[in-house]
Ligand binder design. Structure first.
Ligand SMILES: Nc1ncnc2c1ncn2[C@@H]1O[C@H](COP(=O)(O)OP(=O)(O)OP(=O)(O)O)[C@@H](O)[C@H]1O
Length: 269
């Protein structure tokens, strides 16, 4: 398994089954702090399941996930932020209220209200984020009054306000037009660089995976039973550091793109 630098997020011998069907098996991964890891794989091979493990939303039947050498808590915590493909902001709150909410819930779990200096700090942070995600002009609008790209920018801003050390993105740009997607690539790259987070992003778009990632993980099955397709789970079959992107591209087997497009992966490369 490749991966230079000290391990920050590690998966050790992960196995996950649902209803007796293995989904992930023997998954090992060691990722350095500050990496931007893009995750590819055929539809249904367990990519979102893997993100849920990193989030602490699910626990594996076997193996463990470590962050900074410690086993992660069996529940989501502010260390880890998440953005899904479907807009995950609160529809009944304005842009501004959505951005204030993480601080309000974090600082006052029961009332979700902040007062005095704590409120001022939260407002300053929200104001900065509003500018960074380019939504200052839309601060009083509700999510339903925003475009898809704007809603996704809001979801990313909301996740980042909690200052997570690890950001998990599950096809965050999958539903966006190519032009807006390109804008989102610029935004997420800038935020990743300025916040120093470690990012894990699931995508079906190989070009996007190469463009954004410093590391690509490919999930696939290495064992197949033609009579029982559910018999084996997927594992990480390629782990490509992209410090030298051309080299990594050359390391991809020529049939990878073909295999993936056959299995339902959108190939825009
Ligand atoms: N809670 C659950 N209970 C039972 N089966 C589940 C559960 N969650 C996921 N699965 C199954 O596990 C498999 C992997 O699902 P997962 O969503 O992780 O795949 P994926 O690679 O992210 O797929 P896609 O690319 O289509 O989003 C699928 O067959 C799915 O039906």
């Amino acid at each position: 398994m490749s991966g230079a630098g000290k391990a920050f997020v590690e998966a050790r011998g992960i196995h996950v089954s649902y209803d007796g069907n293995p989904i992930l098996e023997r998954v090992h991964m060691s990722v350095e702090r500050g990496a931007f890891v893009t995750i590819l794989g055929a539809s249904g091979c367990g990519k979102s399941t893997f993100l849920r493990l990193l989030l602490g939303q699910e626990t594996p039947q076997k193996g463990e996930i470590l962050v900074d050498g410690k086993q992660i808590a069996a529940e989501p915590d502010p260390d880890r932020g998440v953005v899904f493909q479907k807009y995950s902001v609160f529809p009944h709150l304005t842009v501004w209220q959505n951005l204030l909410l993480p601080a309000e819930i974090g600082g006052s779990p029961f009332l979700a209200r902040l007062f005095g200096a704590a409120r001022r700090h939260a407002e300053e942070a929200a104001e900065e984020m509003l500018v960074e995600i380019g939504l200052s002009h839309a601060r009083n609008r509700y999510p339903a009054q925003l475009s898809g790209g704007m809603q996704q920018r809001l979801a990313i801003g909301q996740a980042l306000l909690k200052k997570p050390r690890i950001l998990l993105l599950d096809e965050p740009f999958g539903a966006l037009d190519p032009g807006i997607r390109a804008d989102m690539h610029v935004l997420i790259t800038e935020l990743w660089r300025s916040c120093g987070m470690t990012v894990f992003m699931v995508t079906h778009d190989i070009q996007e995976a190469f463009k954004l990632g410093t590391r690509i993980l490919v999930f696939d099955k290495v064992r197949h039973d033609p009579h029982a397709p559910e018999r084996f789970g997927a594992t990480i079959t390629y782990d490509l550091p992209l410090d030298h992107k051309a080299k990594a591209a050359a390391a991809l087997p020529p049939d990878l793109l073909k295999t993936q497009s056959h299995q339902g992966v959108d190939v825009h490369a």
